[in-house]
Design a protein around this ligand. Structure first.
Ligand code: HEC
Length: 144
């Protein structure tokens, strides 16, 4: 039966959405960074942050070295997935800070300063057209 064949993909798409919707409304309304991450980033970077290398980079343990220089701080909010997410500057700052402190604590520079909404606003207004090239320019040919 043709309908049966289409059930698989539909379930794969609908199930995560159903899980998100089943979270209590108050949890979504409070919009803590982890919920925002799950809503706006996890579809590609996976709920754990592990991504799907080489297509989608991991967000675990690799970003500390990127935030050590100004170009790297910018990069984190200029990649299209981050800069164009439908969240406020304050929310995006909170998401990035959450990713850095929760998933990259061990590689963060000792003098790491959290992102402010203003810094995010400046960076995300300038979305990177070619993130891979920018990344290579500053961090060599490292794979994700
Ligand atoms: C549609 C899929 C998708 C979504 C949604 C997405 N990203 Fe990404 N992200 C990517 C891809 C693909 C890359 C690799 C660079 C590129 O091609 O844009 C990337 C790169 C990144 C990087 C750079 C990592 C590195 O090591 O170079 C960061 C940081 C990042 N994303 C954060 C986020 C955040 C934060 C969100 C949610 C607000 C998000 N992304 C949503 C697909 C996505």
């Amino acid at each position: 039966m043709r309908e049966t064949a289409s059930v698989g993909p539909a379930v794969r798409i609908l199930l995560p959405i159903a899980c998100l919707l089943s979270m209590s409304v108050s949890q979504i309304a409070v919009a803590d960074p982890r919920s925002d991450y799950l809503l706006h980033c996890a579809a590609c970077h996976r709920p754990t942050g592990a991504g799907l290398p080489p297509d989608v980079p991991t967000l675990i343990g690799e970003l500390g070295r990127l935030v050590g220089i100004p170009e790297g701080r910018e990069y984190l909010v200029r990649v299209p997935g981050a800069s164009q997410a439908p969240v406020s500057d304050r929310q995006l700052a909170a998401i990035i800070n959450w990713i850095l402190t929760e998933l990259n604590a061990e590689t963060l520079p000792a003098d790491f300063k959290p992102f402010s909404a203003d810094e995010v606003a400046r960076g995300r207004g300038n979305t990177l057209a070619d993130p891979m090239n920018y990344r290579r320019k500053f961090w060599g040919d490292d794979d994700y």
